[in-house]
Design a protein around this ligand. Structure first.
Ligand SMILES: [Mn+2]
Length: 477
């Protein structure tokens, strides 16, 4: 089978509202949703380009589309556009190149796969250069195959530029091509003694732009959060002893797609029993046992924005006393961190806060003892809490943007519009340290939040996390 159809680019307005699946109420939930309220407002890609072009100063930016990745023979992995490319264009096709040159008469140039009847018969419609000019609002659009139009345009642009914004190191073929073209441009200048261009990472500008979300982006993260929350609720209701982890995974994916989210933001983690202690567990092939906790870490991607939720619940519908103790400790930390998150605070401070709360909880559970300060200094919590408390969230599940300003000793202050996860956990590996009664228990609770003017808002509140609510849902098969 070929890839599923990507977001349609069929209507006139689709350049600004590309990939806008409607959100349909899940038939299992029974609650009426007004679909109109869940269709996000269109994104102004031209405004994004304008801001980016301004940031480039006298530089030129080249952003190639994501490459098709071969799975085997002539079959590819499912394609997803590069986030930066999509962020600036709303265009989802492979074999495209974005060339942005503020000094040029045509600052926004795009190179796209040429129209090709045979290819279109197999793969679906291509926008083609003419369509790209019209629908994407490009100042100039050319075929990306053969390479000459891009090469000529790039060299011309570089002759007028001070610096090159191009991300090195992601794609060797592209690196070679770009450097060779730069050298051709230098030769073209003759014996001027002009040195090679300063090389900049487009992330310098784009990372900051993408990190602070505007209304349209928050809407999308909110919808992704709602779709994901519904899927987690469905998983809690459906999971029972004897099922396989992959059955729960399938159910999540069904729920995502049935509600208009075309992809997962990352491969779902469905980890039962001791598998929950494997932080990025992916096998998803164990059979659920009646005394298991099931840790589900899964997020839908809606219109290129991803949610990221983790819930941990008892397969039987009831926590054992030991499971409940660990769960309650993590929940306490998670809620404290959410209360703590507000403008001016930092991701590092939130993490430190989580550690402080978890250390107190571990003392209550008699896992640790002694002075909290010393336990933190010695990192005594680390065997049980070996990961961070959150990450930026957006088009990439681990989103772009600087966690630090200046050098790495100055954590950046959070500001309204920054979205991230809060996901403390506790893990007692079967062969690790800790009291016997906790061995094999792994709990993580993760929500997505956006910083507001005076605090934060949880985007994923649709899936319960209080012990009684979780048990009630799990029992309601
Ligand atoms: Mn996460």
């Amino acid at each position: 089978m070929r890839n599923p159809p990507r977001s349609s680019q069929s209507s006139k307005s689709s350049a600004s509202t590309a990939a806008r699946p409607s959100y349909r109420s899940g038939h299992r939930s029974g609650s009426e949703r007004k679909a109109s309220r869940l269709i996000p407002s269109p994104i102004d890609f031209a405004a994004r380009r304008k801001a980016f072009l301004k940031g480039l100063g006298n530089g030129v930016a080249v952003i190639p589309s994501a490459r098709e990745a071969v799975r085997n023979s002539d079959v590819n992995y499912a394609y997803r556009q590069n986030s930066d490319f999509y962020y600036l264009t709303g265009f989802h096709e492979a074999d495209s190149i974005l060339l942005l040159a503020p000094q040029s008469e045509t600052p926004f140039q795009i190179f796209v796969h040429p129209k090709d009847k045979t290819r279109e018969m197999w793969e679906g419609k291509l926008l083609g250069p003419e369509g790209a000019k019209k629908l994407l609002g490009a100042d100039a659009a050319f075929p990306s195959i053969p390479a000459e139009p891009f090469e000529d345009a790039f060299i011309t642009a570089m002759l007028q530029a001070d610096s090159l914004y191009y991300r090195v190191g992601l794609d060797k073929d592209w690196d070679q091509k770009i450097f060779a073209l730069c050298n051709r441009a230098l030769r073209k200048l003759g014996r001027t003694g002009r040195p090679f261009w300063a090389l900049q990472d487009p992330q310098d500008i784009l990372g900051e732009m993408r990190l602070v979300k505007d209304r349209q982006e928050i809407e999308r993260l909110e919808i992704a959060g709602k779709i994901t929350a519904d899927a987690h609720v469905a998983a809690m209701k459906a999971a029972k002893p004897g099922m396989f982890e992959y059955e729960v995974e399938a159910l999540l994916f069904h729920s995502f797609r049935a509600n208009g989210a075309l992809r997962v933001g990352y491969e779902s983690i469905v980890a039962s029993g001791p598998n929950a202690c494997v932080l990025h567990y992916r096998d998803n092939n164990r059979r659920l046992e009646s005394t298991d906790l099931l840790l589900v870490d899964a997020g839908a991607e809606f219109d290129y924005y991803s949610a990221d939720i983790t819930r941990t619940f008892p397969v039987s519908g009831e926590f054992t006393p030991a499971q409940r103790e660990v769960y309650q400790a993590v929940l306490t930390a998670q809620k404290f961190c959410i209360d703590f998150a507000k403008p001016g605070r930092t991701m590092r401070a939130i993490h430190e806060h989580a550690i402080e709360v978890l250390v107190e909880e571990l003392k209550k559970l008699k896992v640790l003892s002694g002075s909290s300060k010393q336990l933190i200094q010695k990192r005594a919590f680390f065997p049980y809490y070996p990961h961070g408390t959150g990450h930026f969230l957006g088009m990439d599940v681990h989103d772009v943007g600087r966690y630090f300003t200046g050098w790495y000793d100055q954590p950046r202050k959070l500001e309204p519009g920054i979205c991230f996860t809060i996901e403390p956990g506790l893990y007692f590996a079967p062969d690790g340290p800790g009291p016997a009664k906790y061995k094999g228990i792994g709990v993580r609770i993760e929500d997505d939040i956006v910083i507001t003017n005076n605090g934060c808002r949880v985007l994923t509140a649709g899936v319960p996390k209080e012990v009684e609510e979780v048990e009630a849902l799990c029992q309601n098969n």
